[in-house]
Design a protein around this ligand. Structure first.
Ligand code: MN
Length: 130
């Protein structure tokens, strides 16, 4: 049973790759190209999981995670960072913002979807479309 996964990413090539890898695993992909659109879609579309780039036009991924995790209605949704950040201390800042985990770019096609599925648990049936 596939999950509804919201991908917030402004880079078209990365978005296409993530869509391809997730759809190959039977997941439904919802796309947002900015932090504002992503936050709104997270609140209205009921995704089972959110994948979020950090560097986005306007509101960045850190702010998206803080908004979602400060609201009890959306806090249970796993939010994972997909980031090119690899500097010392970035992991702590990402987790401090409320992200449940993170993936470093470049995306690793062999393991990407499988790693994400570890965060789905039983959620995909608990939060289906209304
Ligand atoms: Mn970006």
């Amino acid at each position: 049973m596939g999950a509804r996964i919201l991908v917030i990413e402004d880079n078209a090539a990365n978005m296409a790759l993530m869509r391809y890898l997730l759809e190959a695993r039977n997941h439904l992909v919802l796309e947002a190209g900015s932090g504002e659109d992503g936050l709104r879609m997270a609140q209205t579309e009921g995704p089972d999981l959110v994948l979020c780039d950090i560097q986005l036009p306007g509101m960045d991924g850190m702010a998206v995670a803080r908004h979602l995790k400060s609201d009890s209605e959306y806090k249970p949704i796993p939010v994972l960072a997909v980031t090119a950040y690899a500097m010392k201390g970035d992991r702590e800042r990402i987790l401090d913002a409320g992200f449940d985990g993170y993936f470093s770019k470049p995306i690793e096609p062999e393991t990407f979807a499988l790693e994400i599925e570890k965060f789905l648990g039983g959620n995909s049936t608990a939060r289906g479309p209304e």
